[in-house]
Design a protein around this ligand. Structure first.
Ligand code: PMP
Length: 360
């Protein structure tokens, strides 16, 4: 292959998602899906769109959903952008907002999709190591930005796969010090105990907050995500979307997502249930000798001092329990990222772990 084509192929290195195997009886704790089904109100609203209504194109602006999301956050619809999952929203944000003359800063341990988008769109990146305790060091970002070295900043909060939270006061400090580069806070997991930056939107025009309905609203299969930001940033995202002539969401997805944003009772109860199981899981892992990072997400990140991460993940798989292990960076290779399942799935996981640890 010529150098040109090998460069093209390199630029298009895809993201490697968590496995979605079809193995019967598998306890699937590897992709942070919600272990409970969506609310009845969501299912009914979607069913109502699957008959005669399908004849009609959806609203290209998804206005009903933007209004429902705005109402939920106490913002205006002009501050809301919607897309097919937050991955698509992030893709548009990379294309529309990030600068090209300086690198995009992100933690060395964070969502592995960011470098994929950056490569695709020809955006340079600079990875900043997390602190010893796996926290994000705002001062590192501020120092680089002061020298004009930040074309943008992105990280998940809570971070993935650590689950750890950066307090809102620290995000505010970051925004104060980086006034003229986009700062994207990916809040895919914020509903499980993080501190949202959504309340800062009105004060910082460089801030974009992304969210998903995949985790806390049990709609990973529907593909709905959104961004909150200054109307100018949102308009830029809409222009990118329109340049692809793409409808952001279909009728069924809009109906389900609107119903979900309005079903506060289901949402609150489901988040509380998952948080309670997460606390039980974290304590049970600690009892078994694991180091467990403090999680505000719907997963825990934990390592056992006596076991290599890859071997432990493989042994659990033998017991039909699937968890995620990241070989790189090597600093986290011995950690397992375990999604919070139902109480019954947690029982199965812990029983499997006991057998694996006893056998070793
Ligand atoms: N951000 C982070 C940090 C994630 O872990 C995920 C889920 N893999 C996403 C965004 C994307 O979620 P979705 O596209 O399902 O909205």
């Amino acid at each position: 292959m010529s150098r040109y084509w090998s460069d093209v192929v390199h630029r298009l290195t895809p993201y490697v998602p968590g496995e979605q195997p079809r193995i019967e009886g598998l306890v699937k704790l590897n992709t942070n899906e919600c272990p409970y089904g969506p609310s009845e109100a969501v299912l009914a609203a979607m069913a109502a769109q699957t008959g005669e209504a399908l004849r009609l194109y959806p609203d290209p602006q998804s206005s009903a959903l933007r209004e429902a999301i705005a109402a939920h956050h106490g913002l205006k619809p002009a501050q809301v952008f919607v897309g097919n999952g937050s991955d698509e929203v992030l893709a548009h944000a990379f294309l529309a907002l990030l600068k090209h003359e300086a690198p995009l800063l992100h933690p060395d341990i964070s969502y592995s999709f960011y470098p994929v988008y950056a490569k695709l769109y020809g955006i340079q990146t600079r990875e900043l190591p997390l602190a010893e305790d796996f926290g994000i060091r705002v001062d590192d970002y501020l120092a680089i930005a002061r020298e004009g070295g930040a074309g943008g900043i992105i990280f998940p909060n809570p971070n993935a796969p650590t689950g750890m939270v950066l307090p809102r006061a620290e995000i505010r400090r970051l925004l104060e010090g980086v006034p003229d580069a986009p700062v994207v806070i990916d809040e895919a997991y914020v509903d499980f105990g993080g501190e949202s930056a959504a309340a800062l939107i009105d004060h910082y025009p460089q801030l974009l907050v992304t969210r998903t309905l995949s985790k806390s609203r049990a709609l990973a299969g529907l593909r709905v995500g959104y961004a909150l930001g200054d109307p100018a940033l949102i308009e830029a995202l809409i222009r990118v979307k329109d340049s692809f002539n793409s409808y952001p969401l279909d009728r069924v997805a809009v109906a389900g997502a609107v119903a979900s944003m309005q079903d506060e009772a289901w949402f609150a109860a489901t988040c509380a249930r998952i948080v309670a199981t997460r606390e039980r899981l974290g304590a049970a892992l600690a009892d078994r000798g694991f180091q467990v990072l403090p999680s505000a997400a719907n997963f825990v990140f934990a390592r056992h001092p006596g076991h290599a991460g890859a071997a432990l993940a493989a042994a659990l798989r033998e017991h039909k329990v699937l968890v995620r292990q990241f070989p790189r960076p090597t600093r986290i290779a011995d950690f397992l990222r375990i999604s919070v399942g139902t109480e019954a799935q947690t029982d199965v996981l812990l029983a499997a772990l006991d057998r694996v640890l006893a056998a070793a």
